[in-house]
Design a protein around this ligand. Structure first.
Ligand code: 6PG
Length: 261
């Protein structure tokens, strides 16, 4: 088995627009299937610049095609700022998606990044995700988790070398400083919480991510603790990568145990 894990698939698209459009279609199909199967769809979203177009596509093209009223929306991570601060992941998702789609207020589970201390916000969020997701080692289970990566290989707010990577018990933790802007503490789901999901979809765009992506998808499992955070993400089902050509530039033949289309 390669570092990319069993059930990892990589799809390469000409640009971010094409990758976002394919991922939006995928989310819509999963939402319909999840609602048919268990009556709700739980979707975890991330922050950063890359998913803006995806969220706008979901809001505009899929406003009527996704069962939003039966959707529960969660956050993979949050910056410790007010929900009105432009650096807030909630603010991004509110602006690009929640203004348009009819998710009931009770279905929007935001991390209270404005709470102090951050450990309190993390504990509150852990309680928030547990009742709806009562299974699994870390007490969390989601239908789809949407993630991005940084050029350093981080994902959510799981940064290289951080103690959060060894968390086994808690589903949510606070992170003191990320070493990246914005320089504020963060709250993040942990690797066990992500691993309890039914699937994870990464969206990656741009040449500045090419090196990290090649390391993530090319790292054999034997690299253990040295593997980048995004390379350690698992799910109960597949880990799907929606990648644009610029980000895929260094992949070459370095994929281990991964199918590429
Ligand atoms: C955050 C994220 C983070 C993000 C990556 C990629 O809060 O910053 O959730 O993990 O997904 O940093 O961000 P970009 O898309 O801006 O490169």
């Amino acid at each position: 088995m390669g570092g990319a894990g069993v059930g990892t698939r990589v799809r390469v698209f000409p640009d971010l627009a094409a990758a976002s459009s394919a991922l939006a279609g995928h989310v819509a199909r999963r939402a319909v299937a999840a609602v048919a199967d268990h009556g709700t769809y739980s979707l975890v979203v991330s922050g950063g610049r890359t998913p803006e177009l995806l969220y706008r596509t979901l809001a505009q093209e899929y406003r009527r095609k996704i069962p939003w009223r039966l959707t529960e929306l969660y956050f993979a991570d949050e910056r410790c700022v007010s929900p009105r601060n432009p650096e807030s992941n909630y603010a991004l998702v509110a602006k690009t998606l929640l203004r348009t789609v009819p998710i009931p207020r009770r279905g929007i589970h935001r991390v209270r990044g404005e709470r102090s201390p951050p450990s309190r916000a993390a504990a509150e969020y852990a309680r928030e995700i547990s009742p709806a997701n009562g299974h699994a080692p870390a007490g969390a289970r989601f239908d789809t988790v949407l993630l991005g990566i940084g050029p350093d290989g981080h994902t959510a707010s799981l940064f290289p070398g951080s103690a959060t990577l060894t968390e086994r018990r808690r589903a949510v933790v606070s992170v003191r400083s990320s070493g990246l802007p914005p320089y504020v503490p963060r709250i993040t789901l942990t690797l066990p919480a992500l691993a309890a999901s039914s699937e994870v979809c990464f969206l990656v765009s741009g040449s500045e991510k090419a090196g990290a992506l090649a390391r993530i998808l090319g790292s054999p499992s034997g690299q253990g603790g040295r593997r980048l955070p995004a390379a350690r993400v698992r799910s109960r089902g597949e880990v799907l990568w929606f990648v644009d050509r610029a980000a895929a530039a260094e992949l070459g033949g370095r994929l281990h145990g991964t199918s590429v289309s």
